[in-house]
Design a protein around this ligand. Structure first.
Ligand code: SF4
Length: 361
């Protein structure tokens, strides 16, 4: 609950934003590319309280949501194989594939287990040497280092039955793709706090310098988000796009160099498909040569040519900010958190789930 000091502080931040917004010549579009920001903006009702000439757009920041349906189908197919244990974070269980979900496969007797870290998955592999244990690696630079650590341990301990499906993505290439999307007309980014803690704020330099986009790495409290928006407004109005860090209690310019070193050792970049955006060159991570024997895609051959998004679901357009969840005819009718049609309604960080819980049309 907010005390009086907090309330006063929030009011002051809104006043600052309203004063700056009066100086804008046109309506501006700011995008967040982090599911935790999407949730925070909806939870605190920030979108509805901003001046009408500031439009907040949710971008591709939810790990489960950006994972394309063919990758979901791939995991489901592998769960059908003999002597396989699939290990995954809980969010993936209910994501609909073309015909089924991991939750449904588990209900039909397939060995699909929720784990809280890749190290848990490695322990399952050690305890079940006769089985092939596959960990589903999704997310961004934030989650990949923990998988890299598990792989280093597996290599050192000569574990033969542990594998990774590396569906990891990196955040800068889709940001550039969205900047170049003429339909969006973005003016600035609320840059992700968690990813930046690993990468450092330096990764946004090309976006600010070459593409002239305002960039502020922002935290997740209400005051953080409002301060981040105010800092973006200042950059836009002064026409001096730059990289600024609002979330200084966690993020530095250079980031976590140890985590960056581990990522570089274990992974290499690859072209990757993003739900809604499509194939983006060099936007994903696959295992480096030293670790490629842990690559589940080299062990299991699966065909997902049949993969198809759920009929009527606009998740892809929601993810690139082209439409809002309210624009989907299935929103709150056929698609709810209890019965999700698309990935954006399943995940706790999904845009449709955030709108369902907190936003009013
Ligand atoms: S409301 Fe459901 S069906 Fe519509 S875009 Fe969102 S996830 Fe897809």
């Amino acid at each position: 609950m907010k005390n009086n000091v907090d309330k006063e502080n929030i009011k002051k931040l809104f006043d600052l934003i309203y004063n700056e917004a009066k100086k804008l010549k046109n309506k501006i579009n700011l995008m967040e590319v982090c599911g935790t920001h999407t949730m925070a903006i909806s939870l605190y009702g920030i979108r509805a309280q901003l001046p009408p000439n500031i439009n907040l757009i949710s971008g591709p920041g939810c790990p489960v949501c950006v994972t394309p349906i063919q990758e979901i189908d791939k995991v489901i197919e592998i769960s059908e194989k003999e002597n396989v244990i699939i290990t995954t974070f809980g969010d993936m269980m209910r994501v609909p594939g073309t015909f089924s979900s991991l939750e449904e496969k588990r209900a039909k007797g397939k060995d699909v287990r929720i784990v809280y870290s890749p190290m848990d998955a490695l322990e399952i592999a050690k305890a079940n040497p006769e089985k092939k244990v596959v960990f589903v690696g999704i997310g961004f630079e934030t989650t990949a280092p923990a998988v890299a650590m598990a792989l280093k341990t597996a290599l050192k301990q000569k574990i033969q039955n542990f594998f990774i499906l590396s569906f990891f993505k990196i955040i800068i290439p889709p940001m550039i793709a969205l900047v170049n999307d003429k339909n969006l007309k973005l003016d600035g980014f609320i840059c992700p706090g968690h990813v930046s803690a690993i990468t450092g704020a330096k990764i946004y330099e090309p976006i600010a310098i070459k593409y002239k986009m305002a960039c502020v790495v922002t935290g997740f409290e209400e005051a953080d988000v409002l301060t981040g928006i105010y800092m973006l407004l200042r950059q836009i109005i002064s026409r001096k796009p730059a990289v600024e860090i609002q979330y200084k209690r966690v993020v530095t310019y250079d980031g976590n160099k140890i985590a960056q070193k581990i990522l570089k050792e274990v992974f290499k970049t690859k072209d990757s498909v993003w739900r809604g955006i499509g194939l983006i060159p060099e936007s994903g991570l696959s295992l480096s040569k030293k670790y490629e024997r842990f690559d589940a895609e080299k062990i299991f051959t699966v065909n997902t040519n049949y993969s198809k998004e759920p009929k009527g679901c606009k998740c892809g357009e929601v993810l690139k900010g082209a439409v809002k969840p309210f624009d989907c005819p299935l929103f709150k009718t056929k698609c709810t958190p209890e019965n999700p049609v698309g990935a954006c309604m399943v995940s706790s960080e999904g845009t449709c789930a955030a709108y369902y819980k907190y936003e009013v049309n």
